[in-house]
Design a protein around this ligand. Sequence first.
Ligand code: M6R
Length: 615
Amino acid sequence: MCGIVGYVGHRDVVSVLFSGLTNLEYRGYDSAGIALNDKGDIKIYKTLGKLINLKNELTERKSELIQPTSGIGHIRWATHGSPSLINAHPHTCTCGKLVVVHNGIIENYKELREELINKGCNFRSQTDTETIAHLIADEYSKTKKLEEAVRNSVKKLQGAYAICVMHKDEPDVVVGARKHAPMLVGVGEGENFIASDTPAIIEYTKKTIYLDDNEVAVITKDKIKITDINGNEVVKKVEILPWEPIALSKLGYKHFMLKEIHEQPDVIRNVLNGKLYDIDAPIALNEVKIDKDTLKKLIKIEIIACGTSLHAALVGKYIIEDFAGISVEVEASSEYIYRKTTTDSSTLVIGVSQSGETADTITAIKQAKEKNAHVLIITNRPDSNMARLADSLIPVNAGIEVSVAATKSYTAQLISFYLLAIHLAEIKGGLDKSYLKNLKHELIQLPTKIEEVLSNTSAIQECARKFSSFKNFIYIARGVNLATAFEGALKLKEISYINATGYAAGELKHGPIAMLDETMPVLSILIPGGISYEKILSNCEEAKARNAKLIALTSSTDSNLDSLFDVVLRIPPVSEILSPAITCVPLQLLAYYIAEFLGKDVDQPRNLAKSVTVE
Ligand code: M6R
């Protein structure tokens, strides 16, 4: 999950590469590098850490450049070899004439490396990527044509790659190729682009060609040629990006994460738009391409996802079982792919992913398809790899999410699950009509209730200040909010590096309670009127008896809570079953403000990347 950009054209090449890489920095920030074709010379610049270091370096060394007309750039999330200058991309062949940037993992790089060393290649790094540079250079020595050398070389690669390549002897040509890693071409006038993702090109063009696996793109400033791996030209559709560069701006917020948290009411309105417009009408979910009779008989659903999307899946399981009575299994994609599953042609498999790029989930989806299951994808990126594998596709329309920590895409996934669960319930016909109406009515009210939470965050900020020095946290909940406890704890871990774990409240006494003392705050989610409130209160009493500091997140107005709990964070009244769409918001804010107080890099937390395109 590195980010790559390639450019040939009339603009200032360094600025184009930096602007593209800046908008891809969510993909990795261990090191950055660019290679420029400058009047027939290949010039390479690399720095450790974030892109800003490379920008500073280039500012100092600008006088070295004459007039670059093409270039490739890279930001790295290390897989093979530690984050170091020697391992930073671009990598070169032995003579330094050929440069490569790469996103993905080459599985057979050791064998190839040995062959190439035997041929006299001089390896300098520990990366799998350097093998690609030597391999293409070896082919180039035979063909003297970069395009052909790339095609011949990628045939020998096993694993995943999106690469951009330049050669000193073919100035102003950039060649890209992909397999199991995203890559697109940006179509300009007198200029063309190659990139890992659309934010890299949006400032310059909205015209995009998505490459498919085993395709090779050759760009010059005036021409784009796309071939298959055997050199046959492929005619591709030019698509127009449906969003504006403004989506990549913080709009006055200190961090993208805070902006994205505040966008959630509108995101929910967007997801509901056109699907839930009248509480008396059935949910219009035409995206599910399974006929009603088959859906009526559906008895098994499997949901596969990772991280935050996995937590949305857990809420999905709870509500589909509750509303539609269909049995649902949820599994981390990385576990699903390594065991014998019982998936078959009668199973509906749902893949959930913000990015639509997560390698584990893509592999799991492919396995499910091999077993003839119908695959429904819920994603924020309808242009992604995963979306292309879908038999049915529900785009969640949360808009580009820049912050590495997922927030608005999570609520959009939750709302999509509510719509799906109600849709299935309506087809199955098991739910009481007035209950359904109330549910729909309350769904429509959710954005306004979240706006209420967002309009006054002072209690959350105060709580964050009070607890920011604690090193460990426990989050507890029961039922439908158990996933919220997991997600709240994950948010805190991801951006503040504080150890936080979510537990089923009833499990506390079966082990975790041993950890409780005054240094271990317990945050509990308490929604009255449902099935879990009283039981969780008792669990909180048990924690209090062990001197734990208590934080309540609740829609209760009961003033007695103020004496039991050290802090009470209140949200508007909400039914327990729909509450995960609201309870997640104060927990996102709590994590945000704690990380902010601790001075952490909120939008780009250490060791993480937004799309995890390696298994
Ligand atoms: O793009 P996906 O939803 O498939 O990504 C899955 C996880 O990598 C992702 O949710 C991760 O946990 C985020 N950092 C959450 O904030």
